[in-house]
Design a protein around this ligand. Structure first.
Ligand code: N2P
Length: 369
């Protein structure tokens, strides 16, 4: 009897040991809900995270800050990690939407790039609520052959005038033009092209910018913030105002499919917006420990490098730089040098009244009313 009991206890102990040695079983049921931009994570990163930690990632994507913001403001978003752009983050911090990060739970932040941390502090003083994920620019993607055909040999895209001069853009109408459906990307580009402050809150400035976009609207096939990636890659469209990494992913996608399409990306000489997208934990997140583990994982130098290599976006991780493919790290339209930096501008959150009028102008411009 005693012996039997002893045997039974041993079996239970052995079983517990075996289970305990398997991380998956140990962490059974752990999940993290991650809401990220589309085309914004390298293949297998999340799978590898699950394999290592046993935490299942429920992954969902969006392609506009407005979509994310609506979910967050409604409350109970159900998300544990989200990726707002800095000027949205700034407003959302004001609305008390995010948790203060416990940095002790993010040891990999030791790898953060101080220059980027400092830039982000403009939006999040003291860097208390967010850490940078990726950053990039808003510029022009183009089909190299179409540009040669339309502008003649030697023709190049180096100015916003190809977009904002209606006579120039008209020539690209038939081969297909798309533009981001993002007031905060397009109106600052238009303001900057007009020689006005891209951060202007003056009614008259904003109306001029909207009128400029209104004039080129007949030549734009679609306003959309993710379809242009595939559109450029397949040759379905030939010109897009879009985000740097998405356009470069279009280039790689075309190259991999050997379809003869060559895609270029230009940061126009008049200047372009530089944006920062950041990882943050909503106040009502239910899987907070898992959220920290995911953010910490994304801050591992090899993981950040893998993401930048695939996405062609720069990241906020200094230690990752020596691991990044030199073709990416030495590309000045991804990791800008000092001269390129001088051309880039940032935008900050507007007051609610200005933001409302920007949104109204944008709807009017898009619908042509
Ligand atoms: C991801 C692009 C995100 C950039 N496709 C927008 N800030």
């Amino acid at each position: 009897m005693v012996r039997n009991r002893y045997v039974w206890i041993s079996v239970v102990a052995a079983f517990t040991l075996v289970l305990g040695a398997t991380p998956r079983a140990d962490a059974a049921g752990r999940i993290v809900n991650f809401y990220n931009w589309s085309n914004y994570i390298a293949p297998n990163v999340l799978e590898a995270f699950t394999e290592e930690t046993g935490i299942e990632v429920v992954y969902d994507t969006f392609d506009a800050n407005e979509t994310l913001e609506t979910r967050l403001l409604a409350g109970k978003s159900g998300y544990d990690v989200v990726v707002p752009t800095a000027y949205f983050l700034q407003r959302q911090i004001g609305a008390n939407i995010f948790r203060k990060l416990e940095k002790s739970k993010l040891p990999n932040l030791a790898n953060a790039w101080p220059e980027v941390t400092k830039k982000l502090a403009v939006y999040d003083p003291g860097n208390r609520h967010a850490v940078n994920y990726m950053w990039g620019t808003t510029g022009i993607g183009y089909n190299v052959a179409a540009v040669q055909r339309i502008l003649g040999p030697g023709g190049k895209i180096d100015s916003w005038n190809v977009i904002f001069d209606p006579d120039k853009l008209a020539k690209f109408k038939d081969c297909g033009v798309q533009m981001l459906d993002s007031a905060d990307d397009i109106l600052p580009a238009a303001l900057n092209f007009l020689g006005l402050d891209p951060n202007s809150t003056k009614k008259n400035d904003l109306e001029q910018a909207a009128a400029l976009v209104g004039k080129i609207r007949p030549y734009i096939r679609k306003f959309h913030s993710s379809e242009y990636l595939n559109g450029l890659a397949t040759g379905e469209i030939c010109l897009a105002v879009g985000w740097s990494g998405d356009i470069k992913q279009a280039r790689s996608r075309a190259m991999e499919s050997h379809n003869g399409v060559e895609i270029g990306y230009a940061i126009p000489k008049e200047g372009a917006q530089m944006f920062f997208d950041n990882l943050a934990i909503p106040m009502d997140a239910r899987n907070v420990a898992e959220a920290y583990e995911l953010i910490n994982y994304l801050y591992r130098p090899d993981v950040a490098a893998k993401n930048s290599d695939f996405l062609s976006y720069a990241n906020g991780n200094l230690a990752s730089q020596k691991l990044i493919d030199p073709k990416i790290f030495n590309d000045k339209t991804i990791y800008p040098d000092k001269a390129m930096m001088k051309r880039l501008f940032v935008i900050t959150a507007r007051d609610p009244a200005t933001q409302r009028s920007i949104n109204r102008l944008w709807t009017r411009v898009k619908t042509g009313r």
